[in-house]
Design a protein around this ligand. Structure first.
Ligand SMILES: Nc1nc2c(c(=O)[nH]1)N[C@H]1C(S)=C(S)[C@@H](COP(=O)(O)OP(=O)(O)OC[C@H]3O[C@@H](n4cnc5c(=O)[nH]c(N)nc54)[C@H](O)[C@@H]3O)O[C@H]1N2
Ligand SMILES: Nc1nc2c(c(=O)[nH]1)N[C@H]1C(S)=C(S)[C@@H](COP(=O)(O)OP(=O)(O)OC[C@H]3O[C@@H](n4cnc5c(=O)[nH]c(N)nc54)[C@H](O)[C@@H]3O)O[C@H]1N2
Ligand code: SF4
Ligand SMILES: [Mo]
Length: 688
């Protein structure tokens, strides 16, 4: 056990565990064994001492009186809050005896693990957990809820999640923040852009909602949801027509630019304006700005890819920097995600060799409701950790009907009694990241970092690794893989001769230095990982998979005929549903709102501050109307994944479709239609 926990007072280097690109270095202040303050690490090259409000207030979450301390078993109905304390022995015995019975009668695939990145530590999310379920042969979960469509789309163009080093963006002269709410979701990109702004850089934001990021921009361009592909194609049309493309670059580094030039003739500015709602003059102005400014940088966010056509959209936007040759300029290019540079030795960590039946079924996490209600052979047991699907998964009412099944044996491992945990048969208390050993690697910047325990486990809580070790023992899994320590697993993960970027980054080095930068080469200094090794404007691979080989605008799938497109985006003070159970964060966020255009609101007799009903055939919500000019007519936007409250209807995912996006099995959270109406006699309630 490292020394931090034995030192009651001091300042200890740490890392933010949340699913946020910035992956900050933290300094945790401890007084008499208790965390008193969390601040940004000044020495961390990206963090530079600045962190978000959410994490500055994290001690409130770590010591929240509602945090789980003991294992619990359900004594009431599923979904009600009735549990009683049990021992770890009883918890592990109940779980494993159920599973042994299921495995012998129904087979191991009747057990489904459901997990995501509530804590980004890789040993806890891609280590002992995967070893355990591989050894068992349980159904596998496809991790599609976040950026799957965009990752596949970007990969067709660029060969994988490889963009530029964000630290280089201080040299950029133009930032296009495309469908990213960076002020809330990537604050250090904003800090870097501010540095560039002092040297004359301009900031353009393209979004469906003029939120905090739109207000920060020099120029905010509102766009109709799901139409960004058309805008990017319109830009290409003008770039070619006005000869703002870099032909030498296109010849040397790309495939298919001649086909693309012909293909984009159809996307003239008038056609594109009619699709996107962006005025013709603005399409020209944006394109000329982009074509004539160098270095220019596009930060591609998650918004546009949470649509039916999201994969193709990101595929298309990511072609733009090639047209202008910007990948060759320091500070030029794009970042969608950089997750593949620091790729660790995944098989050493997850041990897929323990999986004997390689055909074990895979279940798309975006179809959890369907998996629980309709799948055959059925899922009989669900083990949830690092995620809160009752709130974050699409088509929430379907998910909850599945979770209500009396014959489903559900275990939830979390720090709080989340909405999902309310449906569990057994609830296990989880440690916070500050109680664990793990390593972290950002999917935006190029640093690998380490966490060593700063405080003792809270109550009887245990980390993911410890729980899976106990489960393995009780299941009789005797492989050494289940006895490895966290430090050993970090060593195994970093020992990855196939990825020279990690060369020199070791467990010992991290313990000494806290963070180490990957040895990342400039993007075009080597062949890309596309089939041709070049940037693929024309993709034969896409063609072979039934997609148009050239970037193509495909409208959103019809989602009924209700009048509004509904965009339930994340908010500033929560991280997905994390912090939605913590009083301080909820107070900072106030109430869940529905942003709507004043023209729509007045046609419906809705005034700012009214409580409104939002509904479709999947479900309903009641939110507080925020009326103004921040969204286009026909669009409504909410922010935040709010916790359930008695009598409250603020589960925005009750309204979202569980259709699967065009690529990667991705989610379509932002492609649903809703209706909005007044609720009689509630103005007083809403204004409280
Ligand atoms: N404060 C905070 N930070 C977070 C999170 C959080 O919940 N809160 N979540 C974390 C996670 S897991 C992720 S994946 C990232 C996500 O962070 P971002 O990449 O910022 O993605 P989103 O916030 O989902 O959406 C970004 C923007 O896309 C807009 N948008 C929606 N549809 C469209 C469209 O069709 N076109 C365009 N141009 N814009 C559109 C939304 O209005 C929103 O402003 O943030 C991470 N950081
Ligand atoms: N409407 C709508 N829905 C969305 C989105 C959206 O933009 N709009 N965004 C989607 C996106 S991008 C994402 S990534 C998903 C995220 O969805 P989730 O991955 O479910 O994220 P969180 O809601 O933060 O829940 C994480 C849970 O993990 C728990 N946890 C934290 N650390 C640990 C640990 O060490 N061990 C265990 N066992 N548990 C831990 C936390 O307490 C929390 O309850 O949500 C998706 N859902
Ligand atoms: S949530 Fe993001 S910005 Fe906030 S401390 Fe963590 S990594 Fe930094
Ligand atoms: Mo995400």
């Amino acid at each position: 056990m490292p020394a931090y926990t034995t030192q009651p007072t001091g300042i200890f280097p740490s890392v933010c565990p949340l699913d946020c690109p910035d992956q900050c270095g933290l300094l945790v202040h401890k007084q008499d064994g208790t965390i008193t303050k969390i601040e940004g690490d000044l020495a961390h090259p990206i963090t530079q001492g600045a962190i978000c409000n959410k994490v500055r207030n994290m001690p409130e979450r770590i010591y929240d009186p509602n945090r789980l301390q003991y294992p619990l078993k359900r004594i009431g109905k599923k979904g009600e809050n009735q549990f009683e304390r049990i021992s770890w022995e009883e918890a592990i015995e109940t779980i494993t005896s159920n599973w042994k019975k299921l495995i012998s009668t129904q087979g191991p695939e009747s057990i489904l693990p459901y997990h995501f990145y509530g804590n980004m530590g890789r040993v806890g999310t891609e280590g002992m957990n995967l070893r355990f379920f591989n050894r068992m042969g349980a159904s596998r979960l496809e991790l599609t809820i976040c950026q799957a469509a965009g990752t596949e789309g970007y990969g067709y163009t660029m060969g994988g999640s490889f963009g530029i080093d964000p630290e280089d963006t201080i040299h950029s002269k133009l930032f296009i923040m495309w469908g990213i709410n960076a002020v809330s979701t990537n604050m250090h990109q904003v800090v870097l852009a501010e540095k560039a702004r002092k040297n004359g850089a301009k900031i353009v934001v393209i979004d469906v909602h003029k939120n905090q990021t739109g207000r920060w921009a020099d120029w905010f361009i509102p766009i109709l949801p799901g139409t960004d592909t058309a805008l990017a194609l319109g830009m290409m049309h003008i770039l070619f027509a006005e000869k703002m493309v870099d032909e030498a670059f296109l010849r040397e580094y790309t495939v298919g630019f001649e086909e693309l030039r012909e293909h984009v003739r159809q996307y003239d500015p008038h056609t594109v304006s009619a699709i996107t709602g962006v005025p013709v003059d603005d399409i020209y102005r944006l394109t000329r700005m982009y074509g004539q400014t160098s270095p220019s940088f596009i930060r591609i966010g998650n918004g546009p890819q949470h649509h039916d056509n999201g994969g193709m959209c990101i595929r298309t936007i990511s072609c733009l920097p090639a047209l202008t040759g910007q990948w060759q300029v320091k500070g030029g290019g794009a970042i969608k995600g950089n997750g593949e540079y620091l790729y660790h030795n995944g098989s050493a960590l997850a041990r897929p060799d323990l999986l004997q039946n390689k055909e074990t079924r895979e279940i798309n996490m975006n179809l959890l409701g369907e998996a629980l209600l309709e799948l055959n052979p059925p899922v009989h047991s669900l083990y949830v950790y690092n995620s809160n699907p009752a709130v974050v998964a699409p088509h929430a009412n379907k998910v909850r009907s599945g979770l209500e099944r009396e014959d489903l044996f559900t275990v939830v491992h979390d720090l709080f009694l989340t909405e999902t945990a309310m449906y569990a048969d057994i609830v296990l208390p989880a440690t916070s990241s500050l109680e664990n050993t793990d390593f972290y690697r950002s999917y935006w910047h190029h640093y690998v970092q380490i966490q060593e325990p700063v405080i003792e486990p809270y109550g009887e809580s245990k980390s993911n690794v410890e729980v899976f070790r106990l489960l393995a023992q009780a299941m009789g899994y005797e492989e050494q893989a289940f006895r490895d320590t966290e430090a050993e697993m970090i060593r195994q993960a970093l020992d990855h001769p196939n990825n020279p970027v990690l060369e020199g980054i070791t467990y010992e080095g991290l313990v000494e230095k806290q963070f180490m930068k990957g040895n990342v080469k400039p993007l075009l200094s080597e062949k890309l990982r596309t089939p041709s090794g070049k940037i693929e404007l024309y993709s034969a691979l896409m063609e072979s998979r039934g997609y148009p080989p050239l970037p193509t605008y495909i409208p959103l799938v019809e989602d009924g005929d209700l009048p509004f497109l509904f965009i339930p985006a994340p908010n500033h003070n929560f991280l997905n549903s994390t912090f939605s159970h913590n009083e301080k964060h909820v107070r900072m966020e106030k109430v869940p709102r529905l942003h709507m255009n004043v023209a729509d609101a007045s046609a419906l007799g809705i005034a700012d501050g009214d409580m409104v009903r939002v509904w479709n055939e999947r479900g309903e919500c009641e939110l507080v109307a925020a009326v103004g000019e921040n969204v286009l007519p026909g669009v409504v936007v909410s922010q935040g994944l709010w916790a359930d409250v008695p009598g409250g209807k603020r589960l925005v995912n009750a309204l979202t479709p569980d259709r699967i996006a065009d690529m990667g099995g991705g989610a379509t959270f932002f492609s649903g239609r809703v209706n909005v109406g007044t609720i009689p006699n509630t103005a007083e309630k809403a204004n409280k």
